[in-house]
Design a protein around this ligand. Sequence first.
Ligand code: GRF
Length: 227
Amino acid sequence: MPTDADPSDSALSVQWPLAQPWPLHPPQRLVVLASGQGSNFEALVAACRSLSLGGQPHGGQRLAAQVVLLVVNNPGCGAEARAARLGIPCQLINHRDHPSRASLDDALIAACQQAQADLVVMAGWMRIVTPLLVQAYPDRLLNIHPSLLPSFRGLDAVGQALAAGVQLTGCTAHLVRPEVDAGPVLVQAAVPVLPGDDHSSLSARIQRQEHAILPLAVALAAARLAG
Ligand code: GRF
């Protein structure tokens, strides 16, 4: 064990094991929040239905995790259509119907509680969350972001990376804290920026890695909570 720990380490790395393990009853119940195309949502559903999150491809056995609900904030978004195709219940909670971020988060908490969520995954959820949601799901709220955090927080991380001229970027799955795109990293994947890359080609390369690391991050978060 290193003895020269920096005090800032605690904000960057997950505490393992937890001081007080959260009692969990498998299968883990996942609620996914999405605003756009929902490709990460679909990757998570596929992982739950395959061996990578402990399920059995041809049924019969209990899954280690299952997506029990998709919440979208944009009516008609791609994620909504994917949920219909995949047979996952989908609930619209339109932020335009809420006067404040706190009011939106109250509605999200109610939906997650109703769904008896163990973990809540922000998979392309393009709303800033308040401490209300973070505190309702302590260490059980995950986010995926298309950069190697702490680089390129906030909007258009891919554009930020291209503008900065970096040769290496990537994606991060992390536990959510009240600060935007902050919190202990669960999994990161590095992605090269290749000569001739534009926004579209780099985004696609990053997204393929997001689809790989998000299920892994869910597995880690769940294992950590189980103690
Ligand atoms: C992902 O790249 C995610 O990192 C970002 O929004 C995108 C969502 O893509 N926050 P999708 O909706 O999962 O296809």
